[in-house]
Design a protein around this ligand. Sequence first.
Ligand SMILES: Cc1cc2nc3c(=O)[nH]c(=O)nc-3n(C[C@H](O)[C@H](O)[C@H](O)COP(=O)(O)OP(=O)(O)OC[C@H]3O[C@@H](n4cnc5c(N)ncnc54)[C@H](O)[C@@H]3O)c2cc1C
Length: 427
Amino acid sequence: MTATTPQFVSPSPAQQIQPELTGSELAVDVAIVGGGIVGLTLAAALAPSGMAVAVIEAQTAAGAAARQRAYAFSLTSADIFKGLGLWPKVGPQICHFDKVQLSDGDYGQVVRFLPEDLGTEAVYYGAEHGVLMAALQGAIAAAANVYYLCSATLEEMHDQDDSVIAEVSTPTGRFRVRSPLVVAADGKGSPLRQRAGIGSVGWRYRQSCVTTVLEPEHSHQNTAYERFWPSGPFAILPLADGRCQVVWTAPHAEAQAILDLPEAEFMAELEQRYGTQMGQLKRLTAPAMFPVQLMQCDRYVQPRLALVGDAAHSCHPVGGQGLNMGIRDAAALAEVLTDAYQRGQDLGDVAVLRPYERWRRLENWVILSFTDVLTRTFSNQILPVVVVRRAGLWVLSSVPLLKRLALRLMTGRLGRLPRLARLGQLK
Ligand SMILES: Cc1cc2nc3c(=O)[nH]c(=O)nc-3n(C[C@H](O)[C@H](O)[C@H](O)COP(=O)(O)OP(=O)(O)OC[C@H]3O[C@@H](n4cnc5c(N)ncnc54)[C@H](O)[C@@H]3O)c2cc1C
């Protein structure tokens, strides 16, 4: 399949294409709706295949990169970024977790995960949204076959012959993107998933999470803490430049009350949950609150449509898994599509897409279940459950094989690795 290149699109150094004409059409091999980290990872992973790819993003390029969030970034996500050749840009700007420490409220038994448990350079990484987005935007700006359409919102879609026509609106008018396959990378509320009528299973937790960024008095020593309180898990993740990201989960009303506290009282509450090991803590960003839910779509593919990232699933932030699952979806889908493209197959054919669904939906179930069991077990104060989970912590810290298995699950080192991740491991 070939791409026609209407006059309004050409990759620009500003990394942002503003179509100026209406009534024109761009024909591509894959149209990705949503240019967050997952959508851009997919575009960057497809670029070497030579396929023509359009990314349709509702925000400006700067707006999409501006989200104030830091992620616990797994070893496998790092391998995928290495496989994409992005590590020289990302590596120096992220923080290595040299230790991850899990504990159960005030209970003394602590489980410590160290890089030597897996023989890796870090247990996990702390990566900021803007750093990951800048690297991905740079990669797709350098790829002449990727069209990055910003301030462009998908309005309607319809089938025509062997293609889908996406009607896209921009501040200067409407245009069409024609493609045999549309990928929904449009996030949790995914308008595309809803339009396709794809159902899901899941539930909202009776918890919300509050986030903020801190500057501690003493070094964070590259240590991440996750402490499970009956009200919900409380995590402090080390970031570059000595800062830390707090992810503080509590029942909705309590989370709202925490959010509304004056700064001094907020910091006092935070110290209660965390302690004083890093000395005086200074708050750098206003706290924000997010509802927490588990969601898994009934299917990830249907004719001419595939779902990736939060459009397909969403999980409790405990263990920092959501984005990592999405990056892995993107690498897996890119692999399946690249192979099909080389064989000259129709990329929108559900028989081509099904292996991606079988691969990723099952693996994502494992992670969703793991985060669910973790949060339910640790938010529970029924005595037998408390006894069992504390015994579990002891077993985890005392049996190296079990510890290694848990770490491999949390860092994405279990399951089928995408080719890009295996390539990254060699770099
Ligand atoms: C508090 C909190 C902490 C978290 N911490 C972690 C962590 O430590 N580790 C981790 O792995 N995950 C974490 N997550 C989960 C992570 O944030 C998400 O899984 C991830 O951001 C999903 O990325 P995405 O690209 O799929 O979706 P999004 O980031 O939501 O991107 C979707 C994109 O689609 C665009 N879009 C939407 N609709 C349209 C449309 N109609 N047309 C065009 N464009 C459209 C949007 O503008 C956006 O840019 C956390 C989540 C929360 C809430």
